[in-house]
Write a protein that binds this ligand. Structure first.
Ligand SMILES: [Zn+2]
Length: 106
């Protein structure tokens, strides 16, 4: 897939009626170190239910719940579309998920 084709595929996603969580705040908690993250989506699409904890690096951050409001002082992590370079480095399976709306953590 060329960069131009990738750009067009993402534009088509934006114009489709896929999930849109840009106004949601999701809480994830690590099952080992109990560190947490509050995330929001910068693009339409969906975020994974779990991912490797980048605090202790061996635990799993698991999705707990969604809220519509957070305190202004909360530090947010952002889900976004992969760049073309990031997309090219992914496995075919992951690339397919990205083309269906999967977002990655910034
Ligand atoms: Zn952890």
């Amino acid at each position: 897939m060329t960069e131009e084709e990738y750009t067009i595929a993402l534009q088509n996603l934006d114009n489709s009626n896929i999930e849109d969580h840009r106004k949601d705040y999701d809480l994830y908690v690590c099952d080992k170190c109990r560190e947490f993250k509050i995330t929001t989506c910068d693009n339409k699409g969906y975020a994974p239910m779990l991912f490797q904890c980048d605090h202790c690096s061996f635990g799993i951050m698991r999705y707990k719940r969604t809220t519509k409001h957070v305190k202004p002082t909360v530090v947010l992590s952002h889900w976004r579309r992969p760049t073309y370079k990031e997309f090219c480095e992914m496995s075919p399976r992951l690339q397919q998920q990205v083309l269906e709306g999967l977002l990655i953590l910034d």
